[in-house]
Ligand binder design. Structure first.
Ligand code: IPE
Ligand code: IPE
Ligand code: MG
Length: 249
């Protein structure tokens, strides 16, 4: 039976923040005898579908893993195509995000990105910063270990300069130095394409997230497959260390 956006929206137990590891673009193309790059353009089309589906279902934060720091090690023509897809998509879509009251945030090492893409994305972040319907977080040149190390360096610099007392370093202070500062932890992490790994994604932030692994390749993970994952989440019991009796009391 078709799951409607409204059905999820009305659900009190829906996730506030969904983080997705979109995987399987290359295999999607290979299955069709197409170049991998065609899989990436199909993947972009699907990002748009899932962003819309999320906003319509009342999801407040959606984080998409679009390109990892490790992905720079792919063949240079593939990396080049992904970077130009990034620029052209950002150029085309940012105004629409803004019209739809969606706020854009980039996490990852923006300094690694080509100047053109970085400029478009930073302008997009500025343009949309006060939008309130949903926050779309895009992880680009992202590595969770790298993010953690950059935070540690920043805090160590503050301690050296006597701006921070090491004894005062707590979870809140540490989180304020991560790229995701101000964004609540993901409730649900979805990975497509039948792979069961986290690939350096939101390691700190997903400490207590629920995980959902979908067999579909990313370009085939449509609204219905996504809503199925969201409904599955609503049936889980998050205990955060407590007993079932305690959390259901
Ligand atoms: C995900 O699809 C997109 C990126 C990592 C940029 P892949 O390109 O990893 O697709 P597979 O895993 O090779 O099928
Ligand atoms: C993870 O996908 C990174 C992104 C989705 C951007 P990969 O396909 O690069 O992951 P691994 O390296 O196979 O784990
Ligand atoms: Mg992959």
């Amino acid at each position: 039976m078709e799951i409607k956006a409204e059905q999820i929206k009305q659900c009190a137990g829906k996730p506030q923040h969904v983080a997705i590891i979109l995987d399987g673009n290359g295999r999607w193309a290979k299955q069709r005898g197409l170049p991998r790059t065609m899989g990436h353009s199909e993947g972009v089309r699907n990002v748009k579908e899932i962003v819309t589906a999320s906003a319509e279902a009342g999801i407040r934060y959606l984080t998409i893993y679009a390109f990892s720091k490790q992905n720079w090690n792919r063949p240079s023509d593939e990396v080049g195509t992904i970077m130009s897809l990034l620029s052209s998509t950002a150029k085309r879509e940012i105004n629409e995000l803004h019209r739809n009251n969606v706020c854009l945030r980039i996490i990852g090492d923006k300094n690694d990105l080509p100047e053109e893409a970085r400029k478009i994305l930073e302008d997009g972040e500025k343009l949309t910063r006060d939008n309130t319907l949903m926050t779309l977080v895009v992880a680009l040149s992202y590595s969770s270990r790298d993010e953690i190390l950059r935070a540690v360096r920043a805090i160590a610099r503050d301690s050296r300069d006597a701006k921070t007392d090491p004894e005062q370093i707590d979870e809140a202070l540490f989180e304020s130095r991560l790229d995701t500062a101000g964004i609540p932890d993901p409730d649900l992490v979805i990975r497509t394409s039948g792979e069961f790994r986290i690939s350096n994604y939101l390691l700190w932030q997903s400490a207590y997230a629920e995980f959902y692994f979908a067999k579909e390749l990313w370009p085939d993970f449509h609204r219905q497959e996504y809503y199925h994952a969201l409904l599955d989440y609503t049936k889980r019991e998050r205990r955060f260390g407590k007993t079932s009796e305690q959390v259901s009391a």
